[in-house]
Design a protein around this ligand. Structure first.
Ligand code: SF4
Length: 367
């Protein structure tokens, strides 16, 4: 029972708001608090003999709200996990001590574990990849000192034994106060990229070496794109094309960027080969008063073509037998020449573009 003190309507109304009663309809007078009416309970609160927590209706409301919040939280966590599982890159998140909090499906696959089995465990407790475990520990220590995202390459093993190269992106995540709360790791499989980079580096070296060899060979060679722009050629080609072209070649070695139509009177042979998509074509032609044999070959269908020129007026080539043999040699080595030429052509520029992009990305990342 409330005391004898009488309170104003305004005081009672204010006290009722503590138990979330804001108008007359909310005053249900259930008696659950031990007072006959809500107003008596409000007066007791003003007396200091009752507390809001004694109102069972309010307690029920709070419990309902908490249940609703808990459900929302669970739904949100479930959604977060679903989103993480949809990410194809393996993701692991650890607490500040380096103990696993969770991971996504891709990480389960790569590590051969289940997220519930690694909870609260450090990496070395469930992974036998010593090098990677040490790297992870070093990164954690480094990130605590300097919480800037780190990107490193490492080799990891699949449970089946396959080794892959990964790019590990690791960063600190914080709590609401902004303090470091743990680490998040995202692993990108770059095995193919690394392999291709190595292959391309070797191919580029081979191409550069081959270019210098091609440039020194006595027969002329030229590579053009579909607009008949010269991509590469050698001095022997320029010599065959005439004195003027030979002079230009001295200023612009390889005649790069020059229009074949203004260099070679039978340029239409290149257009015809590229339009037909044929692999190779050979013909004797006369250009600049010189009889020559030209063997054209497709480098990239309808896009790039090359040709090897034999000066038939040369004493050692004049002999028909020798000419045939030379043609055979070219034919037999056509594959190699095509590969080299292909690397010199668009593919090499694509490769350079890709490498430049990677370098640019990495530079930006480092910044
Ligand atoms: S329990 Fe709450 S709603 Fe019920 S009478 Fe007491 S104060 Fe009013």
């Amino acid at each position: 029972m409330a005391g004898n003190k009488t309170y104003s309507e305004n005081d009672i109304k204010k006290a009722l708001t503590f138990i979330e009663i804001f108008d007359k309809a909310d005053e249900i007078d259930c008696g659950g608090c031990g007072y006959k009416t809500c107003r008596e309970f409000a007066a007791a609160m003003l007396d200091g003999t009752a507390k809001p927590s004694m109102c069972v209706v309010l307690s029920k409301k709070i419990i309902e709200k908490l249940k609703k919040k808990e459900k929302e939280l669970r739904d949100s966590l479930f959604l977060n996990q679903e989103i993480l599982d949809a990410v194809p890159a393996p993701i692991l998140y650890e607490d500040i001590e380096g103990r696993a909090i969770g991971c996504n499906k891709a990480y389960e696959d790569i590590a051969g574990i289940k997220r519930f089995d690694i909870k609260d465990k450090k990496l070395f407790e469930y992974s036998d990849n010593k090098l990677y475990n040490e790297l992870n520990e070093k990164l954690n220590a480094s990130l605590l000192k300097n919480p800037v995202k780190q990107v490193v390459e490492a080799d990891v093993k699949y449970p089946g034994g396959d080794t892959i190269t990964i790019e590990l992106h690791k960063a600190v995540f914080t709590d609401r106060s902004g303090a470091a709360a743990g680490f998040v790791s995202v692993l990108f499989d770059i095995t193919e990229r690394v392999k291709r980079s190595r292959e391309l580096a070797i191919a580029k070296d081979t191409a550069e070496l081959s270019v210098s060899l091609l440039k020194k060979m006595p027969s002329g060679f030229v590579i053009v794109d579909d607009r008949l722009t010269i991509i590469e050629s050698n001095s022997a080609f320029a010599k065959l094309m005439g004195d003027d072209i030979e002079v230009i070649e001295e200023i612009n070695p390889g005649l790069k960027g020059a229009d074949l139509r203004s260099v070679f009177s039978h340029h239409q042979l290149f257009s015809a080969l590229m339009e037909s998509g044929e692999d190779t074509y050979s013909k004797d032609v006369v250009h600049n008063g010189k009889k020559m044999n030209i063997t054209l070959f497709t480098i990239e269908k309808n896009k790039t073509a090359g040709a090897v020129f034999l000066d038939l007026s040369m004493p050692d080539v004049r002999n028909e037998e020798v000419r045939k043999r030379a043609e055979n040699v070219i034919r037999e080595n056509l594959d190699t020449v095509q590969k080299i030429a292909y690397l010199l052509g668009e593919n090499a520029s694509k490769t350079e573009n890709v490498l430049s992009s990677v370098i640019r990305l990495l530079s930006e990342n480092e910044k």
